[in-house]
Design a protein around this ligand. Structure first.
Ligand SMILES: *[C@@H]1O[C@H](CO)[C@@H](O)[C@H](O)[C@H]1NC(C)=O
Ligand SMILES: *[C@@H]1O[C@H](CO)[C@@H](O)[C@H](O)[C@H]1NC(C)=O
Ligand SMILES: *[C@@H]1O[C@H](CO)[C@@H](O)[C@H](O)[C@H]1NC(C)=O
Ligand SMILES: *[C@@H]1O[C@H](CO)[C@@H](O)[C@H](O)[C@H]1NC(C)=O
Ligand SMILES: *[C@@H]1O[C@H](CO)[C@@H](O)[C@H](O)[C@H]1NC(C)=O
Ligand SMILES: *[C@@H]1O[C@H](CO)[C@@H](O)[C@H](O)[C@H]1NC(C)=O
Ligand SMILES: *[C@@H]1O[C@H](CO)[C@@H](O)[C@H](O)[C@H]1NC(C)=O
Length: 519
């Protein structure tokens, strides 16, 4: 019933988009660590996400949307700047955009929009833990130390505990108040950004103040939304068959031990329940727009900075080019946009910048890495072709070589460092959804073609060298700033358990890395 009414409303305001007078409002809800495959079948069968489904019915769902870098800060830097992370040198969670960088939100504000950004932003330089940045800088040191807590599931509350992630709910409440008050009474069009922490894992408190986030926490209320019988148990390669860089990730993420099937299923169930809680926050925002009558002239976008492996490939967290980590949700609905559409085209987060600017009829500034998605969701004829590839890259912690991923057609090509010293990976996603069969050697022509395409987009060996140089410089400066405290401070970071097993050997490995010519 409601769906029908809304479709009619959309038709009435359908002239929108290009006219200054009725420029639509923009509301973007960006979650953290949401696996995009859950927003369409078959992934959508495992957990109830009523509000994502609502946007899917009234708007368009991108079936092949990727992050440009599978970690918070670089990914968000790409989304806000519209530029690939190597262009803004967003190398890790500590080094991203300059505070004065121009985002699409800045341009909207300059062009007459009432703007508001709430919750997790996390795209400028300078934040995140010392452990996080030191682990990124020292990824080439010849040691292998566990850095994270082992992933665990933690049940809190009871069947009526709705608000598990309190902070996100507080931000969502503020966002809905802002819609009801500031936005509803504004004579200007408005743009609202809401950054959620969920379904990001929680910090594991038992592991002390430096601990990372390895706790999947939810309540029975949310767990009931998960269909446990359809939770898949991911297949793993034997440890000795893993790609060396994936092995490094698994080990530093403290996942190299044994896990029972029950344990893995439980972690996955808890993760899906956390997604359901995030969906309810999106729902509260949509309801506020609906109740204030603003929804019919508002473009709503739901996405995430990256996904979550939830024990796929013997890992949790992201920092990986495997689907669970790199495939993000992207749904968009609004006046003049098609409803119930599923878009196969490969797209990525850098496309959001030109998309928002085209919707709001504002000219972009400078060179952008992405392309507007509007031709894909308006049904209008367009001569502009969206490229048939997306680029994702990663230069941060838990991965010991700069990583470049090119998705094109059926292929996912992953290459590392200078392209020569670490063997590449190639997956045919049409026959190998689990990404367990590296066919780089089997299809040398495909490998060569994709590598050439990648090199035409980014001179990746040069970028990898720039990251090596930056890592050494940044680490050296940090060490200098600590003076005589260096040995104590580095021994107490997140990797303290393993570091303290042989302090001298670890310090020596750091010195050897710093004095080495390249690595
Ligand atoms: C932005 O700030 C950086 C330092 O953080 C500075 O180097 C740069 O020139 C500034 N850019 C502009 C456009 O002000
Ligand atoms: C169009 O938008 C610009 C920028 O906000 C504003 O200055 C101008 O007055 C608007 N024109 C109309 C016809 O509303
Ligand atoms: C790895 O996990 C184990 C088991 O949870 C824990 O005892 C250990 O402290 C973790 N290591 C780090 C560095 O957190
Ligand atoms: C759930 O927990 C809350 C807060 O502790 C309590 O007030 C409520 O009675 C509990 N409800 C049920 C159904 O156990
Ligand atoms: C990454 O770490 C793994 C595991 O220690 C090691 O086998 C591999 O050689 C390392 N790769 C690079 C490029 O350092
Ligand atoms: C845009 O890209 C072109 C071609 O790569 C380059 O020559 C130009 O300097 C760039 N402009 C800006 C503002 O970055
Ligand atoms: C070294 O540690 C001491 C004791 O915690 C502290 O007072 C001092 O400021 C530290 N020095 C530097 C350079 O961090």
């Amino acid at each position: 019933m409601f769906v029908v009414i809304l479709l009619l409303l959309y038709q009435h305001s359908g002239e929108g988009i290009c006219h200054n007078v009725s420029r639509p409002n923009i509301v973007m809800v960006m979650s953290d660590a949401f696996d995009g495959r859950l927003t369409f079948e078959p992934g959508s069968k495992v957990v109830q996400l009523p509000y994502i489904n609502y946007v899917r019915q009234l708007g368009s769902t991108f079936l092949n949307a990727y992050t440009n870098s599978p970690i918070c800060c670089p990914s968000r830097a790409a989304m806000w700047s519209g530029r690939f992370v190597h262009l803004t040198q967003s190398w890790n969670n500590y080094k991203c955009l300059d505070a004065n960088a121009t985002t699409w939100m800045d341009l909207l504000e300059r062009n007459g929009y009432l703007t508001k950004m709430m919750g997790k932003l996390d795209y400028t330089s300078g934040s995140h833990s010392v452990s996080n940045r030191v682990e990124a800088w020292t990824r080439d040191v010849q040691f292998l130390l566990r850095q994270e807590g082992r992933p665990v599931a933690q049940l809190v509350g009871n069947t009526s505990t709705v608000r598990v992630m309190q902070k996100d709910w507080e931000t969502t409440d503020k966002a809905t108040q802002w819609i009801q008050q500031a936005a509803a009474s504004s004579r200007q069009p408005f743009a609202l950004y809401l950054g959620l922490n969920l379904p990001h894992t929680y910090r594991t408190e038992s592991l002390g103040p430096t601990a990372g986030g390895s706790t999947f926490r939810t309540s029975p209320y949310w767990l009931k939304k998960v269909s446990s019988e359809v939770i898949s148990v991911p297949k793993w390669l034997p440890m000795e068959a893993m790609h060396p860089v994936d092995y490094y990730s698994t080990f530093t993420k403290n996942c190299s031990g044994d896990f029972t099937v029950e344990e893995v299923k439980n972690i996955r169930a808890f993760y899906y329940a956390m997604c359901a809680e995030a969906d309810a926050m999106l729902g509260q925002v949509i309801s506020a727009l609906r109740e204030t009558g603003l929804l019919s002239n508002t473009v709503v976008i739901f996405t995430s900075d990256h996904g979550e492996l939830a024990m796929e490939h013997r890992q949790f967290y992201k920092m990986s080019m495997f689907e669970g980590s790199s495939h993000v949700p992207l749904l968009i609905m609004g006046p003049g946009l098609m409803s119930g559409l599923q878009v196969n085209q490969l797209v990525s987060l850098v496309d959001l910048y030109p998309t928002v600017l085209e919707i709001t009829d504002i000219s972009p500034v400078g060179n952008l890495s992405g392309h507007s998605l509007l031709p894909l969701v308006t049904g209008a004829f367009s001569k502009r072709q969206h490229p048939d590839w997306v680029l994702s890259e990663y230069h941060g912690c838990n991965v010991n070589a700069s990583t470049y991923m090119l998705r094109s057609g059926r292929w996912k090509y992953i290459t590392y460092a200078d392209g020569l010293t670490v063997r590449p990976q190639l997956f045919d996603l049409t026959v190998d959804k689990d990404e367990l069969h590296n066919v780089a050697l089997k299809f040398p022509d495909v490998h060569a073609r994709l590598d050439k395409l990648l090199l035409s987009i980014v001179d990746y060996p040069e970028v990898s060298t720039a990251v090596h140089v930056y890592n050494k410089q940044a680490f050296t400066e940090w060490r200098k700033s600590l003076e005589g405290n260096y040995s104590r401070v580095i021994a107490e970071l997140r990797w303290h358990v393993d570091w303290q097993k042989d302090v001298l050997a670890n310090e020596r490995a750091v010195d050897e890395w710093l004095s080495g010519s390249f690595r």
